[in-house]
Design a binder for this molecule. Structure first.
Ligand SMILES: [Zn+2]
Length: 146
């Protein structure tokens, strides 16, 4: 996390602000917690924020050689999501900042794949509905629905 992320833009929606706050407080953002508790229930073992891998990936399942990244729609700029305003204060700065986030994500995912990891990005908006989350995770991990 770079230093500039600590600066709070003046204009944000309530959702943006709450996501921002959850990022500031720590790495355990709510969407990530939802995914983790779901994996637990499925009986998967995983490691968190593994420092030795590109981008310190959120959830690493070493035995399966799989990685799950849980991306906040706002900071990682989820293309199909509508909550993608740009702060009115210093919009150019934020545009550049967001573009940097997207580029960094792209690079990290590419590097992880080159290292032989299977990578899944779960977007914040996909964690809100249990059935959606279940479908995405079970498909990625090859779980047979019981
Ligand atoms: Zn989204």
């Amino acid at each position: 996390m770079s230093g500039t992320e600590g600066a709070m833009p003046d204009i944000m929606t309530k959702e943006e602000r709450s996501e921002r706050m959850s990022r500031v407080k720590g790495k355990d953002s709510k969407p990530e917690k939802r995914v983790r508790s779901f994996l637990h229930r499925l009986g998967f073992r995983f490691r968190l924020h593994v420092a030795g891998l590109p981008g310190k990936p959120d959830i690493v399942l070493p035995r399966h050689r799989k990685i799950i990244l849980v991306h906040g729609c706002y900071w990682h700029r989820h293309g199909v999501c509508r909550r993608l305003s740009i702060p009115e204060n210093k919009p150019d700065f934020w545009r550049k900042k967001f573009a940097g986030n997207v580029e960094r994500d792209r690079r990290n995912i590419l590097e992880l794949k080159n290292l032989g990891w299977d990578v899944l990005v779960i977007w914040e908006c996909q964690t809100k509905d249990e059935e959606t989350l279940k479908a995405i995770v079970t498909r990625f991990l090859g779980v047979v629905d019981r």
